[in-house]
Design a protein around this ligand. Structure first.
Ligand code: XMP
Length: 320
């Protein structure tokens, strides 16, 4: 792609100019595509003077941490530090059910951990973030609700100033589809750059009600089955975002010759270009049937599966 090639050259120049000959850059990886592409771009520009930090908050999807580590280890010669913090996040979230309170607590702990880690990296003078053009627009409009929270977590508000680091946002002129092209141009694998977006607060905002290990495990397993079948049906790349949600509602069912009273999973899949508006995906009934049967059979504690048929607006993509 000629345009992306030109963009890449200029972006590399700009980064070299800003960082100089000696500065080192700390790059926070969220597990998502944007921050990974930002890291790859920095690696191209300044090589091993970029240090990536991934906070494993215990709220990632099944296999997600390994996917990031693999994509990095196999494709770039940059240092990747993984902070194992699942227990600390769960402790902070104990008994919390309010969606915004979950986000606030996750955001604060993230900043604490990140600050400690960055302070221990010698000569770090810059912080890189994978902010995109839509994030820039959304955060300029005094938005509240989801747009404000995206900024709050995704872009770690206030952190560079507190750390005394200068901010680098090499993707701030790009849209999502352009970031994916740039990622390919930089050598990230297609399976990685094609991944659906995943919110900063992770499974905490898909685990409605209390966030506990047992409930997270149920959600993770149901979600993995849904995505596995969506991929097998060749539909993953044609949907904008797809995931499972665990409701704080039990319902009655019958299994074998016994009555059950178990958890409810909702499947959510949307078609969207910009994530500002979205339509629910018209997934084939046979696919939904297969996913439902597998979840109830394979995930202990779940006896009911529903499919969300709400568009955005009036619904949001996430349930919290
Ligand atoms: P909604 O639910 O507002 O989501 O329709 C729109 C897009 O934003 C993502 N999202 C978030 N991303 N932190 C994030 O980094 C958040 O708190 C957050 N809330 C929603 C959502 O996954 C979708 O892609």
């Amino acid at each position: 792609d000629w345009n992306m090639g030109t963009f890449l050259e200029r972006a590399v120049e700009r980064i070299r100019c800003q960082v100089g000959e000696e500065g080192r850059v700390v790059c926070g990886l969220s597990g998502g595509v944007d921050s990974a592409v930002a890291a790859a771009l920095l690696a191209r520009a300044i090589g091993d003077r970029v240090v990536c930090v991934l906070v494993d908050n215990g709220l990632l999807r099944a296999g997600e941490r390994d996917a990031v580590v693999a994509a990095f280890r196999d494709h770039f010669a940059v240092e990747l530090r993984v902070i194992d913090a699942a227990d600390r996040f769960l402790e902070r979230l104990q008994g919390v059910t309010d969606p915004q309170e979950k986000r606030i607590r996750i955001g604060h702990l993230f900043i604490e951990l990140f600050r400690n880690e960055a302070a221990a990296i010698p000569h770090a003078r810059f912080l890189a973030q994978g902010t995109l053009y839509p994030d820039v627009i959304e955060s300029g409009g005094g938005a509240d609700g989801p747009a404000a929270t995206i900024k709050h977590h995704h872009n770690v508000g206030g952190l560079p100033a507190e750390l005394g680091l200068e901010l680098i946002e090499p993707l701030r002129d790009l849209f999502k589809d352009e970031v994916r092209k740039l990622g390919i141009e930089l050598g990230l694998p297609a399976w990685f750059v094609g991944r659906h977006p995943f919110p900063g607060p992770g499974l905490a905002v898909r685990c409605l009600g209390p966030v506990e290990p047992r409930r997270l495990e149920i959600l993770r397993r149901a979600d993995a089955i849904f995505l596995e079948e969506l991929r097998a049906a060749g539909l993953y790349d044609r949907t904008g975002q797809a995931f499972a949600v665990l409701l704080p509602v039990k319902s009655v069912g019958v299994m074998g010759d016994g009555r059950t009273y178990d958890e409810t999973i909702v499947l959510r899949s949307v078609d969207t270009d910009d994530f500002m508006t979205a339509d629910w995906s018209r997934l084939p009934h046979d696919l939904l049937a297969k996913v439902s049967t597998r979840i109830v059979n394979e995930v202990p504690g779940v006896n009911r599966v529903a499919y969300d048929i709400t568009s955005k607006p009036p619904g949001t993509i996430e349930w919290e």
